[in-house]
Design a protein around this ligand. Sequence first.
Ligand SMILES: *Cc1c(COP(=O)(O)O)cnc(C)c1O
Length: 408
Amino acid sequence: MTLSTADTHRLDDFWQHCLKHQFFNIGYPENADFDYSALERFLRFSINNCGDWSEHSNYVLNSFDFEKEVMAYFADLFEIPREDSWGYVTNGGTEGNMFGCYLARELFPDGTLYYSKDTHYSVAKIVKLLRIKCRAVNALPTGEIDYDDLLAKIAADGERHPIIFANIGTTMRGAVDDIAVIQQRLQDAGIARRDYYLHADAALSGMILPFVDAPQPFTFADGIDSICVSGHKMIGSPIPCGIVVAKRRNVARISVEVDYISASDKTISGSRNGHTPMIMWAALRSHSSAQWRRRVERSLAAAQYAVNRLQAGGVKAWRNPNSITVVFPCPSADIARKYGLATSGDTAHLITTPHHRDNRAIDALIDEVIADARPEVWRATLQRSWQGSAQRLPRTASWNQAAGLGRF
Ligand SMILES: *Cc1c(COP(=O)(O)O)cnc(C)c1O
């Protein structure tokens, strides 16, 4: 490639920018702890996965074989027999949510979609694009859906085919809607299993819950009809991507034969990224289940550490079970801007993604949040540490050692 000197400088500048900020992220769930250098050489090819990876395609430069293995992995992980499932590598959580909602609407064209007010903003776009009737349901203070309000709204609408958009980890509070309670309540209301659809938005927590000891229910075995996960969140990817898994018989309803590519099309976009299935494949092939588990444990421990430190500093921080999202009252706008915090109303959060190998970034933010919220507590803390008191709050390296946490 020939670029002018000026353009080369621009790229060099952006390279420095990327190097400097690669681990900046503490307010968003993108994990930067990955190494896909083994795949870099494939960037010179126009790999395209248009169509269905399980069929033959005339477009020879596809990575279907890799996508097939990725989907087998997630079918196993989300407890659905491979032969009963179908899914694909998407452009991200939003496309996966859209795919799930699309299947639901084809099944129940007049059904109303119910989602809690804590649901990711993508749902608003999706119901508009798909022209699905929808109803926002109240959220509980934890961020879970208000089950009473859900059932009250279904009853008030006289809805016989509800489409339930369940959060498996909300964006702001990491809350998991209890799909066991939802299913029980629907059954109690006289709505049979075949008469509703249950989609699970597991953008972040879909790669956390499979690796904890006591997960909330979230799999096909627990009753879902489809699920999506973002690939660039807990797994980590240089290119945004995701995974969606659904029931094969529901997907068959939307399949279209396309003679142009000599394959059937079930996916939302036409041409599909051929590199991201390889990225997901490499991530899954290079980490054992024990390694994912360790990684999740480390992130959960860091989240609890942040809760403890903030609470000790007088800040009302908390987190949901099995969540790496630490919720606390919104700090001043300066701090929110400096740390790139995502805030909503009077709430902020930090997310202890796996690239926070030590607690340096977490500590820096917490120090400022405490100083901002409770200056008197902060002064007292500093005084104690100046006096060399053993009460000094636990710090990065020593805390990591104490918790027995090494590199992933
Ligand atoms: C991030 C997120 C999404 C959207 O995922 P993208 O990969 O950004 O499209 C959807 N739902 C939840 C709960 C999320 O956190």
